[in-house]
Design a protein around this ligand. Structure first.
Ligand SMILES: [Zn+2]
Length: 462
């Protein structure tokens, strides 16, 4: 909507009649399909999945330059892929490859004005660019809402969102009429603001909290430490986008008196999975994507209890299709069937990403997602790797492996952009390196956090 007055009027209407403006028709078609097909038997689900996969492979062969080359190099056409064994010969798409061939993964001649560009974390700490369209968002929403319906969610239900977001003008919250939700600032999680935030929460009485576990972990600890009381019981806490640790699940249930409902959905849309009415296993939607689990050598894992890399292939995302994509997440299959009766594969454990937090000068705990990945930093185009290190509250050193064109002016711009994103509560310095510290498994570490405060200690019981 172009006119602010109209937008204001629309917002007021939404506020009085949440859900007045319906979701697009496609949403209802998808929602209906998902709800019916979730009870299909294994054979029906497999047949549907394979049919969609074949359609996607044919589309890639006709429209996606990257896959045209892959198939040419393999000396095949998609019609040659008759079985799952054939499919497994398609090379994995790693984050490095995605980063190098982003534009070649777009369909030839796509109307770029319809594309929405966004960032997701890459394997070296540098963000990757991913594209999507409105229809991709609509489909994703139908899957999400179908999953949340298992704990009683309806789209009109009032929600409070705490997912690493910064609210403009340094506010503590704002109302988003589109989804009848209140977005709480993840930049103000401190003793100074917690009472105001809890009062507001008691006033809203949300039916659901939709959170990053790391942000709610800080929030819940502040409630306890400041002896604050909640005057409502939500139906459930909807967690996602990060690893949910057992100690977090336990604390959230104690503080809010309800169930935590975890899910796994990636920005790349190569997997969508969630808990069910009865179990904490993540039920993987076979109608959404084609999932494989592989070991370090790329060999398929089928047995439960063995940790492997999640490999996902889009079945419906024609704007930027990813086939056999290694997201970097690791999981194990769960044993036996589930009481709910869905014939879905399930993950019992997922080693998702751990959200990184840094501390500002005034003691606020700030998630790095908002501070760094949300900023579209110019430097991302010019450095090879980035790592942040914190020894003292309010001070962060940015360690860089430079690319060829990175110069003194870029350093200044980087510091300015980060400082302003932190609202001047963090002093940034920059240092250059040839190598950056890695985990014992050789993975890139995005943050070296040396502050010994229990908030950062997400791994404590795992
Ligand atoms: Zn189940």
């Amino acid at each position: 909507m172009k006119f602010p007055v109209m937008k204001q009027a629309r917002n007021s209407l939404y506020r009085i009649f949440p859900g007045l403006f319906p979701l697009p028709k496609e949403y209802y078609n998808w929602y209906g399909f998902i709800n019916t097909s979730q009870w299909w038997d294994e054979k029906q689900l497999k047949e549907y999945q394979w049919k969609k996969m074949k359609e996607m492979l044919a589309f890639c062969n006709q429209n996606i330059p990257y896959y045209q080359r892959v198939f040419r190099n393999m000396g095949i056409i998609p019609d040659d892929i008759m079985t799952e064994d054939d499919f497994q010969k398609i090379p994995f798409l790693t984050k490095d490859i995605l980063g190098k061939h982003t534009e070649e993964l777009l369909p030839i001649g796509i109307n770029r004005s319809k594309l929405i560009k966004y960032n997701t974390g890459g394997s070296t700490g540098m963000p990757l660019i991913i594209y999507k369209t409105n229809i991709d968002d609509t489909i994703e929403k139908a899957f999400t809402n179908s999953q949340w319906a298992r704990v009683g969610f309806e789209p009109k239900d009032i929600r409070v969102i705490l997912r690493g977001e910064v609210i403009e003008k340094n506010k503590l919250w704002k109302y988003d009429p589109t989804y009848n939700s209140w977005i709480f600032s993840s930049y103000h999680l401190s003793k100074e603001f917690i009472t105001q935030m809890v009062n507001k929460l008691n006033n809203i009485k949300p039916k659901f909290l939709h959170v990053y576990p790391s942000s709610l972990w800080v929030f819940a600890n502040l409630i306890i430490e400041n002896n604050l009381k909640l005057h409502f019981i939500p139906k459930a806490i909807l967690c996602g986008s990060e690893k949910l640790f057992d100690h977090q699940r336990k604390l959230f249930s104690e503080v809010f008196g309800c169930r935590c409902f975890n899910s796994l959905a990636l920005a790349e849309q190569t997997i969508h999975a969630g808990e069910c009415e009865y179990s904490n296993d993540l039920h993987i939607f076979p109608q959404h994507s084609y999932i494989e689990l592989v070991d370090d050598a790329g060999k398929i894992i089928t047995e439960p209890g063995i940790t492997g890399h999640i490999v996902g292939s889009n079945l419906h995302k024609y704007s930027f299709p990813l086939i056999r994509y290694l997201s970097g997440d690791m999981a194990q299959y769960a044993k036996g069937p589930c009481k709910c009766g869905r014939h879905f594969q399930r993950f019992s454990q997922v080693e998702g990403r751990v959200q990184h937090m840094i501390v500002s000068r005034d003691g606020r705990i700030i998630p790095l997602t908002a501070l760094v990945f949300g900023q579209h930093l110019q430097a991302f185009n010019k450095v090879e790797k980035m790592q942040l290190e914190q020894w003292h509250p309010g001070e962060v050193n940015v360690k860089l492996i430079k690319g060829t064109n990175f110069n003194a002016e870029d350093v200044q711009i980087l510091i300015q952009q980060l400082t302003s994103a932190s609202e001047n509560t963090i002093l940034f310095s920059v240092s250059f390196h040839d190598e950056l510290e890695r985990t014992s498994a050789g993975k890139h570490k995005f943050l070296l956090q040396h502050l010994p405060i229990n908030y950062y200690n997400f791994d404590q019981n795992s």
